[in-house]
Design a protein. Structure first.
Lengths: 129, 502
């Protein structure tokens, strides 16, 4: 039991991302309200962003802003700076996520104008008529 | 080694730049829409043909964007396969656009420039997908194509926004799974360049982390390509989308995603890892594909609307290509890649025919198809060629790729897949002959004649679809025969890309 706890505590960031991801996935599939589905999608994407960002972290490392001439002359000690690449990648992923959310909200607006509701079962009922 | 060229970047940039220009000028006047849509596509088609000729003569090359050298910079890879895909994408887009223009004018008067802005960005995104050699760049381009697709589908009428929203949810799950798989790979290898990753993966122990990365990336792509049972979003999205958008999605979206799966397997994970280190997974996927083909074909049989039926056939065809590629032998892989090209052209042919029919009858439900051989003889002739190609009747191109797939199945001893292919051909034959029968006999009374021309044309004058819809259809139907007869050179070009040990 203590071994398991130690395992979870040592890698808490990954457990956090797994939990967030499951919350998101449940909301996307299990919820009937379309806005909640969309929120689930955002949580899901945030979980992945968390995975990437936490993979770049190092214990005791600083921000990756270094003096150019010093770095060119002496090189950079990789243990002293966190890996900036995952963060940069996630900037792009955030942009993608925001765009998808924007499009989805616009689509939801059209659905609401068409059916007057955003509950999935009510919409299906109206279609069935 | 070939001399440097920027041609592929111009091919990619033409529709992208035109999209923004079109958005601005299209607001001022509708006159700009047609030249700014067709112009860049003609340019891209000509350019990609030149690029293909060059690649076949001098061999493929890799291109460094902005002088940031790989593995840090983004690399574009132009090899025979990606050059052929460029020709396919630009050619299909160009052909579809001729028919799309009058449809958009009819369905979306006043917002043509908005429609074609998304349309051109989608084409540019697809071209980027086949060129990129960077795994993260691939994710971004995948989302560019998806977001434009969501928008285009939502422009449809009635239930289309709801179908689009379901697609957004499913598409995002797929894209996020792919991103997650790449995340694991990045943690393992510290690289995002495909060739660099492949070199590092070879030196890694085959642990659960690599398997997780592979599973997430592949399942993500399967969702995007609508591999049964992950296909739920496709039938509604594609049949409710605006007709003009359907003409572009149906031939290209699933096929390009299958190309991506092939790229990821060949260039990132390497076939040694994917196929030979886990034979159970390999044959399991082939079985899953066989089940996918059988189920999707059976679902297609139950449809009473032509376009909906075609969307289910599309899902069955995805099973052909996934299964064929996972057969992991030369015949099967060749068949799968050849089928990408053939299926794209024959799907285009059938969707163009459906669009042409809809332009006259309004609806595509089976009851409206009666007597179409009298009223639309050219359309129905082209439709028949497309149907024969889907069934796999020689000399249409559908026969040849199916032949390679069958040979691959025999060679691999995958009898389940073989049976599924034959079952699907049989079901396709039943479905299309049912439609051909419906369209051949006009009314109940005449169904008993069974003769050819009984001179009763007084109540059913010929009313063909307008020329902009008819011409691309006839060209596509002819292309089915030409590609079928030209299978040899295409296969030898495909073989250039396959791994050497096969």
């Amino acid at each position: 039991m203590t071994g398991l706890t130690a395992e979870i505590v040592a890698k808490y960031n990954y457990w956090l991302y797994v939990i967030l991801m499951m919350v998101g996935l449940y909301a996307m599939i299990g919820k009937k309200n379309l806005v909640k589905k969309l929120l689930g999608m955002n949580i899901f994407q945030t979980a992945i962003i968390l995975l990437y960002v936490s993979s770049g972290v190092k214990r005791g490392a600083g921000i990756p802003i270094v003096d150019k001439y010093k770095a060119l002359a002496q090189g950079v000690d990789p243990t002293l700076v966190v890996n900036p690449l995952p963060h940069v990648l996630m900037l792009t992923a955030i942009v993608v996520s925001v765009s998808v959310t924007g499009v989805a909200l616009a689509v939801l607006l059209r659905i609401y104008r068409e059916y007057g509701t955003l509950e999935e079962d009510e919409i299906l009922e109206k279609i069935g008529k | 080694m070939s001399s440097p060229t920027n041609l592929h970047l111009y091919i990619l940039a033409a529709p992208l730049v035109a999209a923004f220009v079109l958005n601005l000028l299209g607001r001022l006047s509708r006159r700009w829409v047609m030249p700014l849509t067709l112009g860049p596509l003609v340019f891209s088609t000509a350019g990609s043909l030149m690029l293909l000729a060059r690649v076949l003569k001098e061999g493929g090359f890799s291109y460094t964007v902005g002088n940031w050298t790989p593995p840090y910079g983004i690399e574009l890879l132009v090899d025979p396969l990606s050059a052929m895909m460029l020709v396919l994408i630009s050619g299909i887009a160009l052909t579809a656009t001729f028919s799309a223009l009058p449809w958009v004018e009819r369905e979306h008067p006043g917002s043509e420039h908005l429609f074609f802005t998304l349309y051109l960005i989608l084409i540019a995104g697809l071209m980027g997908l086949v060129l990129t050699a960077d795994a993260f760049n691939l994710y971004v381009l995948l989302e560019i194509t998806s977001i434009t697709t969501y928008g285009l589908i939502a422009m449809g009428k009635g239930r289309a926004p709801l179908a689009s929203f379901n697609y957004i949810i499913m598409g995002s799950i797929g894209a996020c799974f792919y991103l997650l798989g790449i995340g694991y790979l990045y943690i393992l290898t510290g690289s995002l360049n495909m060739a660099d990753m492949a070199a590092i993966i070879k030196t890694l122990p085959q642990g659960p982390a690599l398997a997780t990365a592979f599973a997430f990336a592949i399942v993500g792509l399967w969702v995007k390509m609508a591999f049964f049972p992950l296909h739920g979003w496709l039938p509604n999205a594609y049949s409710l989308a605006p007709t003009a958008a359907g003409l572009l999605f149906a031939p290209l979206m699933t096929k390009v995603t299958i190309y991506l799966m092939i790229r990821v397997i060949l260039n990132v994970f390497t076939p040694e890892y994917v196929f030979y280190s886990h034979p159970l997974v390999q044959s399991g996927v082939v079985w899953a594909a066989a089940i996918a083909i059988v189920c999707a074909s059976s679902l297609a049989l139950g449809q009473r609307d032509l376009r909906r039926m075609l969307t289910y056939i599309l899902i069955a065809e995805v099973g052909y290509m996934v299964g064929g590629f996972w057969l992991a032998n030369s015949q099967g892989m060749t068949g799968a890649i050849l089928h990408i090209f053939n299926d794209a052209v024959m799907t285009l042919c059938l969707f163009l025919a459906a669009a042409a029919i809809a332009s006259r009858t309004g609806s595509l439900s089976f009851d409206n198809l009666k007597g179409l051989y009298r009223t639309m003889p050219v359309t129905m002739a082209a439709f028949t060629v497309g149907a024969f190609s889907i069934i796999g009747v020689p000399p249409t191109c559908g026969f040849f790729s199916k032949w390679y797939l069958l040979q691959g199945a025999v060679q691999a001893g995958q009898w389940g897949f073989l049976a599924a292919l034959l079952f699907s051909s049989l079901v396709n034959a039943i479905m299309f002959f049912r439609i051909i029968e419906l369209a051949y006999f006009t009314d109940d009374g005449e169904a008993h004649h069974g003769g050819h021309h009984h001179g009763d044309d007084h109540h059913a004058p010929v009313a063909e679809a307008p020329l902009p819809m008819l011409a691309p259809l006839v060209v596509t139907a002819a292309a089915l025969l030409v590609i079928g007869l030209g299978t040899g050179p295409i296969v030898s070009a495909i073989r250039l890309t396959l791994p050497k040990f096969l």
